[in-house]
Design a binder for this molecule. Structure first.
Ligand code: PLP
Length: 820
């Protein structure tokens, strides 16, 4: 069965657009990102204006073969064969089309919202109900104004149940999502007590969320959470669960931890029933109760519900990029397989440039609602479009459709065991491997063999947060201002090509590194954007020109040497950057040198000046604002002189992170974004949540000891507890970057949500913390820093700046990159 198709003229009518139709095409794919085109035929591109203007991408999509467009205005350029549908509001048009599509189906739809647990509850309901239903749901956590229409668009005739989550960030958004999802049954998950940004207060937030349920016949919710909101609850039927109120439909009266599980007893319709949850953390227990209540509300028996809940498995929404064996990178997505999430994972795979080769290991896909030949044709098209070099298909259905796959190397196995037996025949070396399998194929067995074992201290890097921060600063830029992303010093300690891949994919204009070697490493990992080397050394000229790295010229001596190098090697018009010293007194030409510099630049055939820049010494501090102004004035004077002799325009830039917001008039043509990318800005307090710290440094407890008051702890007997208590030894020391200055109670770590102090001196590979007041055991996770225990706080503790904390994390600490 195919996805329902619409013609261009039908779409035009549904979204109420103007514009001429060149050819009435058949449409079944919605596109909102021109980089993600895998199959242009049947696709319609919505030019959403957001962080970047979607209209810029029309040409890219057109060249890729897309012929149908929804736009706010006529695009610039010549698109003779395109159908250009013009509307007032492109996002609203996307939503209208999805809402229309929804109306074509008469199936039961469950709508899920709340402030926490939406995605988990949706995924668990999917796990629990898919034994007897063919379910359509949001891929991952696609629950936004754009995500929901794309999710609902997947609905087809085979589905007999929809489960959609909806997330809102401000008042007025839920009505739109409701009109697309049109749920008949509502499920409300946990509502936090804080009011999120975007809402005036908690009332406003709850009332907005409840709008999802305004046309529902039944709502499942927790009694305590909705006390005081009776009036606002619209659905006539309610299924209420509670841990206190004995008149609730499901009254949970007894709870106990049994090893790794959580055992619940409850009253339901006058009977005592029970349920075993295979998790015991608070959030999972609550989410599981919500699912339990929902199953009962849907009419499942208590026995069925218990039986299925016991088999719930963790939901991993992350795509993790890990170091693999033999220099491989492994993207581990081995719990989940459908066409939508395959496409998301393949997009992530295709962003990786560090290896020559991309491999996909895929299992059969269950429950797509499509006929097998249609499904696997789609999969094969995707695999081809995303330029997978090697394909390994596992499962009978893939094997049966092996002829559909056009890949340089392909092989097929009936099941996971057969593949594991033959795995030695595949030399996995120096490639990026995406592992994507349905749960029953147990791909974790393959993952265990491919992924390098991690030392237990890891730094997790959240690539979504990186993107969030990039977009935050982009939203602060004057129109047309370019971004140079500073990735020097292992991207401030966070990684190399892993971050550069994301930045390149998201079209930053330049990357900057400190030394040529860092640039060479990025080039060798497939990074192709213009790359600037800040600390140019004469000895690295050969490498610079071989790898197309653009040097910064900061002195006459360096300039002369570079010209000589160019002459010796027959190089002309080589792109270079001129640094002006306006007050840092570190590197750069000073004001009295500009004239001589201009003489050298005049009609110089060897170099082409790409940019002229300077660096602010205190863009973040008010106290030095006058000095900053002086720097800006000196910079203007210098670049005006230089541009005059050159006779062409150069890119001018002076702002670092803090300058972007504090000195918008000095953004000129480009800004150099450093620490802000990593989620830190001296002018933005962490509590404002405008930025997302990208790094979390975690370790674990290797041993716990009882110590008496007066016992000493660690080298030189510097530490002790005031009264009898317990200390935990954790696997991080000064060789990992946890400096000795943090010792003896100066530093804190976060364990089970509680801050605890260090005891005694920090050792090379470990240190001790006071856990007298916390319930912990060996192996428990300890957070050194995270968004809950910010780097800014650590910096304050030892009197330094966040930059130093980040870049100190040593290379022996494994980095794990993830993408949610
Ligand atoms: C590191 C660096 C930056 C970035 O500074 P942040 O404060 O991290 O944004 C900008 N310009 C130059 C020349 C740098 O060396």
């Amino acid at each position: 069965m195919m996805h329902k198709r619409y013609t261009t003229s039908q779409v035009k009518q549904i979204i109420n657009a103007s514009g001429d139709i060149f050819a009435d095409n058949s449409i079944n794919i919605l596109l909102t990102d021109s980089r993600r085109i895998s199959n242009p035929s049947g696709a319609i591109f919505f030019a959403l204006s957001g962080r970047r203007n979607g209209h810029e991408f029309v040409a890219e999509a057109y060249n890729a073969g897309v012929r149908d467009f929804v736009l706010k205005q006529q695009p610039e350029g010549y698109f003779p064969e395109a159908n250009l549908l013009i509307v007032e509001d492109v996002l609203l048009a996307l939503q209208k089309l999805a809402a229309y599509h929804r109306e074509q189906f008469d199936l039961l739809v469950i709508g899920v919202t709340g402030s926490n647990g939406k995605t988990i509850v949706k995924e668990w309901l999917y796990q629990l109900l898919s034994a007897d239903k063919n379910i359509v749901r949001n891929p991952k956590s696609y629950n936004s104004q754009i995500g929901v229409p794309l999710s609902v668009w997947q609905m087809n005739e085979k589905n007999d149940l929809g489960i959609f989550e909806a997330g809102v960030s401000t008042v007025g958004e839920m009505d739109r999502l409701e009109s697309i999802i049109k749920p008949q049954i509502g499920v409300l998950t946990h509502i936090g007590s804080a009011h999120d940004e975007g809402f005036g207060d908690r009332d406003e937030k709850i009332i907005e969320k409840l709008k999802l349920f305004k046309n529902c016949r039944l709502l499942v919710y927790n009694y305590e959470q909705m006390l005081g909101y009776k009036e606002e609850i619209q659905p006539p039927e309610r299924f209420i669960w509670s841990r206190n109120f004995n008149q609730a439909d499901l009254y949970v009266f007894s709870e106990a931890v049994i090893e790794k599980n959580y055992y619940l007893r409850a009253m339901y319709k006058g009977d005592e029933i029970e349920c075993l949850i295979p998790f015991k953390d608070e959030a999972s227990v609550e989410n599981a109760i919500v699912c339990w209540a929902t199953m009962l509300a849907l009419g499942y028996s208590a026995a069925d519900a218990d039986d299925r809940i016991e088999r719930l498995t963790p939901v991993s929404m992350r795509l993790e990029l890990k170091n693999g064996i033999n220099d491989c990178s492994v993207i581990d997505d081995s719990y989940n397989s459908d066409v939508q999430s395959l496409e998301i994972a393949l997009n992530f795979l295709s962003q990786q440039n560090q290896h020559q080769k991309n491999t996909l290991i895929l299992s059969d896909i269950y429950q797509s609602g499509l006929q097998e030949d249609v499904l696997y044709k789609q999969v094969a098209d995707l695999v081809k479009a995303k330029k997978v070099n090697k394909f390994i298909g596992i499962g009978a259905a893939l094997e049966a459709h092996s002829n559909l796959f056009e890949v340089a190397e392909k092989s097929f196995y009936p099941d996971t065991a057969a593949f594991l037996n033959e795995m030695h025949a595949h030399p996995f070396r120096n490639q990026t491997i995406l592992l994507k399998g349905s749960r029953s194929f147990e791909f974790e067995k393959i993952s265990r063999l491919l992924v390098q074992k991690a030392h237990e201290t890891v730094m997790e890097i959240n690539l979504n947060a990186l993107l969030h921060n990039l977009n935050f600063y982009r939203s602060k830029l004057n129109p047309g201002v370019k971004v140079m992303a500073m990735v020097k010093a292992f991207s401030y300690g966070s990684g190399t090509y892993e971050l550069a891949n994301v930045l390149q994919y998201n079209k930053v204009d330049y990357l900057a590194v400190a030394y040529a070697d860092e640039g060479v490493a990025l080039r060798q990992a497939g990074i192709t954007v213009p790359l600037v080397v800040l600390n140019t050394e004469v000895s690295a000229f050969d490498k610079l020109t071989e790898f197309k790295l653009e040097p910064v010229i900061y002195s006459f001596g360096l300039f002369d040497e570079f010209i000589k190098h160019a002459q010796d090697n027959n190089i002309f018009n080589y792109p270079v950057h001129i640094k002006i010293d306006t007050g840092m007194h570190r590197l750069g030409f000073e004001d009295f040198e500009i004239e001589t510099l201009c003489d050298l630049l005049e009609e110089n055939p060897y170099v082409r000046i790409q940019s002229v820049f300077s660096h602010l010494v205190a863009s973040d501090t008010e106290e030095h604002d006058l000095f900053t102004l002086k720097q800006i004035n000196a910079f203007e004077k210098a670049f005006t002189q230089i541009e005059e002799v050159l006779g062409y325009k150069v890119i001018k830039h002076i702002c670092n992170t803090s300058g972007i917001i504090r000195w918008p008039a000095a953004q000129y043509d480009m800004v150099r974004l450093g620490i802000g990318l990593y989620g830190i800005d001296a002018c933005i307090p962490p509590a404002e949540n405008l930025l997302q710290p990208i790094a979390t440094l975690k370790t674990s407890i290797s041993q716990i000891k009882k110590v008496l008051a007066g016992d000493t702890v660690g080298y030189n007997r510097n530490g002790s507890l005031a009264k009898d208590g317990r200390i935990a030894t954790v696997r991080i020391g000064y060789a990992d970057g946890y400096l000795r200055a943090f010792g003896n109670g100066v530093g804190t770590m976060l364990i089970k949500g509680q801050l605890v102090r260090t005891v005694g001196n920090i050792s090379m590979d470990m240190c001790m913390i006071d856990v007298s007041e916390v319930e912990v055991k060996e192996g428990d996770e300890v957070i050194v820093f995270s968004n809950k225990h910010p780097i800014e706080e650590l910096a304050r503790q030892i009197g330094t700046i966040p930059y130093e904390i980040l870049t100190n994390v040593s290379q022996r600490v494994k980095r794990v990159y993830f993408y949610e």
